[in-house]
Design a protein around this ligand. Structure first.
Ligand code: 4D8
Length: 255
C-alpha cells in the first residue's frame, strides 16, 4: 500500500470512530461535575443482583451497538465473510467497549460515565463481581495513563477488532491482510506523532483486554447458573448472541 493509501485509511478509521462514539471529548469534559450522590449510589447498591445485572447488560449492549457500527465502517471489514464478521465481534466488541470506557473515565476520582452521571466502582456492588469491576477500573486507569489522542484510540480500537488470532475464523488470511493495513496505519500515526514507543505498550494492553473479557464471560456463566431465566428472558438478544455461547445468531446476521 502507498502512503496516500495509508493516510486515507487513517482518516477513514478516525472518521468512523468519531461518528460512532456517543460522546465527543469536549462534551465529556463539560459533564465531569455530574457525579452520583450518596443516595443515588445506595439505590444502585440496593438493587437485587439480577436486577443490576440486567440493567448493566442493557447499558453494555447499547455501547456494543455503537462498536458494531464502528466495525462495519472499518475499510475491509464488510468484505469479510459474514461468519468471520460475527466471530470478530464476538471476541472483540467487549474489548473495544473497554477501550472506549477510558475516553469516559475520570482518573482524578476513579469514576466512569454510566447512566447519565459519573460513577465509582462501589456503585456496581450489587453485581457481586467486585474483582472484575476493580480490574476494569484498573485497566481504565492504565490506558488513560498512556494519554492517547482520539486518532490513536480510533486506530487502536480497529486493531483490537481486526485480529486474525480470534477463534473460529474461516478465512484467517483475509483477516490478516486487513489487519496488516490497520497496523501500518497505526505505526504511521505513531511515527508522525513521534510516539513509536507507544506501540509496544498498546500490544501489552491487548493482552490485558483479553483477560478482562475472559473474566466477563466467567462472571456471566456464574450468574447464569443462578438466574438462567433472567438471562434467557430479560437480557438483550444482542448481549446473549455475543456472550452466551449456546445462543443462535438472529440479531447478528442482520448486522
Ligand atoms: O460510551 O455507552 O454510554 C460498563 C458498561 C461504558 C459495564 C458505557 C458501560 C461502559 C463497561 C455498563 C456495565 C463500560 C458508555 C456505559 C456503560 C463504555 C461494567 C461500565 C460508553 C463507554 C462506560 C459511556 C459491568 C455508554 C464493566 C459489566 C457488565 C455486566 C453485564 C455485569
Amino acid at each position: 500500500p502507498t502512503s496516500t493509501h495509508i493516510e486515507e485509511l487513517c482518516a477513514s478509521i478516525f472518521r468512523s470512530h468519531r461518528e460512532t462514539s456517543q460522546y465527543r471529548a469536549e462534551e465529556l469534559q463539560a459533564l465531569r461535575w455530574k457525579i452520583f450522590g450518596r443516595e443515588e449510589v445506595h439505590a444502585y447498591q440496593n438493587k437485587s443482583m439480577d436486577e443490576m445485572w440486567q440493567h448493566c447488560a442493557v447499558r453494555l449492549t447499547d455501547a456494543v451497538q455503537y462498536v458494531v457500527e464502528f466495525a462495519k465502517r472499518i475499510p475491509g471489514f464488510r468484505q469479510l465473510g459474514q461468519n468471520d464478521q460475527i466471530a470478530l465481534l464476538k471476541s472483540g466488541s467487549m474489548e473495544v467497549v473497554l477501550v472506549r470506557m477510558s475516553r469516559i473515565f475520570n482518573t482524578e476520582n476513579s469514576t466512569v460515565f454510566f447512566d447519565g452521571k459519573f460513577a465509582g466502582p462501589e456503585l456496581f456492588k450489587s453485581l457481586a463481581c467486585g474483582d472484575f469491576i476493580a480490574s476494569v477500573f484498573d485497566f481504565a486507569h492504565s490506558l488513560c495513563a498512556l494519554r492517547l489522542t482520539e486518532q490513536q484510540v480510533a486506530l487502536f480500537s480497529a486493531l483490537v477488532l481486526i485480529n486474525a488470532d480470534r477463534p473460529c475464523l474461516e478465512d484467517r488470511d483475509r483477516v490478516l491482510r486487513v489487519r496488516k493495513d490497520v497496523e501500518l496505519a497505526l505505526s504511521h500515526i505513531l511515527h508522525r506523532d513521534n510516539q513509536e514507543s507507544l506501540l509496544h505498550k498498546l500490544y501489552q494492553k491487548m493482552t490485558l483486554l483479553k483477560s478482562l473479557c475472559t473474566l466477563h464471560m466467567e462472571k456471566l456463566r456464574w450468574f447464569r447458573q443462578y438466574y438462567p431465566l433472567t438471562v434467557h428472558s430479560l437480557f438483550p438478544p444482542l448481549y446473549k448472541e455475543l456472550f452466551v455461547s449456546d445462543t443462535d445468531m438472529h440479531t447478528m446476521v442482520t448486522l
